[in-house]
Ligand binder design. Structure first.
Ligand code: APR
Length: 242
């Protein structure tokens, strides 16, 4: 099943003007953070239709915030793993120009990556659903039902199902996607749109698509190179060839 030549990928990266990585929850599982759709993933423990949608937090904030607290707690002590570190090193050496991440765990930034586009927002902040005022997440965690000074409900500054992607994030992501020569697609099932559209757009613009995942993802069909295994093992090998 695996179709990949790491040396060819390294050569393409060296010749590329723009290299982009699109990452998903799979890049953080080796940091101890469960992903969403693997067998012990988050959605196997929490019903996505009761916790994943913006309507859920509006209609039952106490219940959803209870799940969010445990998630945010898991993130607190999580450390970047060799996969995050490899991408940060590639950026430092000029071989990676942007990371577009679906993750809200801030581990790319903790690993030292500078240019990180948080496609689904972040869990560092909370935002008011009424007046859009932003607070540090700690302000929200202190309240059972987190509320803004204006009285509005707070949610983490992350994108829930049923919410749009921030306009400037979309514009930035499309810009990198349409102009990259190589896109590394790491640790994502590529099942959630519009993030899953990005590799397709990159391919249409002539980019080499490199899939790095524990199992074939939804973009396996358009990948020029596929490596199935742990991102924490594959990415350091790739970085060592650069
Ligand atoms: N190395 C490589 N791949 C891995 C690893 C690992 N160590 N661990 C897990 N994976 C793979 C899994 O096989 C799976 O295909 O990562 C992928 C993770 O897929 P999902 O759990 O669907 O996560 P993701 O693609 O990021 O989900 C997208 O869905 O629920 C929403 O907003 C949430 O951003 C998330 C979006």
């Amino acid at each position: 099943m695996e179709r990949g030549n790491l040396k060819e990928v390294a050569e393409a990266i060296k010749d590329a003007k723009i290299v982009v990585a699109l990452t998903g929850a799979g890049i953080s599982t080796e940091s101890g953070i469960p992903d969403f759709r693997s067998k012990n993933g988050l959605w196997s423990r929490f019903n996505i239709n009761e916790y994943g949608y913006i309507d859920n937090i509006i209609s039952n904030p106490a219940k959803v915030w209870k799940m969010l607290r445990s998630l945010i707690n898991d993130l607190k002590d999580a450390k970047p793993n060799p996969a995050h570190i490899a991408l940060a090193k590639m950026e430092e050496k000029g071989y990676l120009h942007a990371i577009i991440t679906q993750n809200v765990d801030s581990l790319h930034q903790k690993a030292g990556s500078k240019n990180v586009v948080e496609f689904h927002g972040n869990f560092r902040e909370a935002i008011c659903l009424q007046c859009r005022k932003i607070y540090p997440i700690e302000y929200a965690l202190r309240q059972e039902i987190p509320r803004c000074e204006c009285g509005g409900l707070l949610k983490p500054n992350a994108v829930f199902f049923g919410e749009p992607i921030e306009r400037d994030v979309l514009i930035k992501s499309f810009g990198y996607t349409e102009n990259c020569n190589v896109m590394l697609v790491v640790g994502t099932s590529a099942m959630v749109y519009p993030a899953a559209q990005l590799p397709v757009m990159a391919k249409q613009n002539g980019a080499m698509i490199v899939e790095i995942n524990e199992e074939p993802s939804m973009i396996a069909g358009i990948a020029d190179h596929s490596f199935y295994g742990k991102a924490g093992e594959i990415l350091p090998k790739l970085a060592s060839l650069l």
